[in-house]
Design a protein around this ligand. Structure first.
Ligand code: COA
Length: 147
């Protein structure tokens, strides 16, 4: 059974191998995760646990005027079983708890599975950022959902 829990610093070592597998060139470093988790007032990060094993994670940033899905990922072996949807729903619930009506995110223009997930949750494209991802140079789509 999959359970969601707040991401803590001791989860970072388990998050990084998933990060490397799924984001490759665009992956975040341990330093970025330490920094994100340190911003306790504005960040809400979750891990999806299968027993003790981290199988997915996601994070939200609570900006003054909107919430932003910073990241969401599921380990390749666990994808397609609803964990991504579970994480996204939990982040949207947190945004609602923080009285945010607008939730945005960036997704690589060529990331079809993620785009399908976000479309299912009512996200719509609002902008394109050319060459946004570094070092790959891939475009990002900005998707927004207004609840
Ligand atoms: C995008 C990502 C987070 C989605 O996670 P996921 O756990 O595979 O997502 P879900 O399982 O909730 O949904 C994916 C598919 O599985 C299907 N699914 C959901 N629950 C299911 C279940 N119990 N059994 C079988 N299939 C299921 C969904 O219908 C969906 O199908 P669709 O894409 O054809 O609509 C994951 O693919 C991932 O980590 N990708 C790499 C990282 C990434 O790109 N992150 C997003 C960056 S913006």
């Amino acid at each position: 059974m999959i359970e969601l829990a707040r991401m803590r610093w001791w989860h970072i070592d388990a998050v990084l191998p998933i990060e490397e597998r799924v984001f490759v060139d665009d992956r975040w470093t341990a330093r970025t995760y330490w920094s994100e988790l340190g911003q306790i007032g504005t960040r809400h990060y979750l891990v999806a646990l299968d027993g003790d094993e981290v199988v997915g994670y996601g994070g939200l940033c609570d900006y003054p005027d909107e919430a932003f899905v910073q990241t969401i990922a599921v380990s390749p072996a666990t994808q397609g079983r609803g964990v991504g949807g579970l994480l996204l729903q939990a982040l949207l619930d947190e945004a609602a708890r923080r009285r945010q009506r607008t939730v945005s995110l960036e997704v690589r223009a060529d990331n079809e599975p993620a785009k399908r997930l976000y479309a299912r949750f009512g996200f719509r494209q609002t902008a394109v950022r050319r060459g946004y991802y570094s070092p790959s140079g891939a475009d990002a789509l900005v998707l927004t959902r207004t609840g």
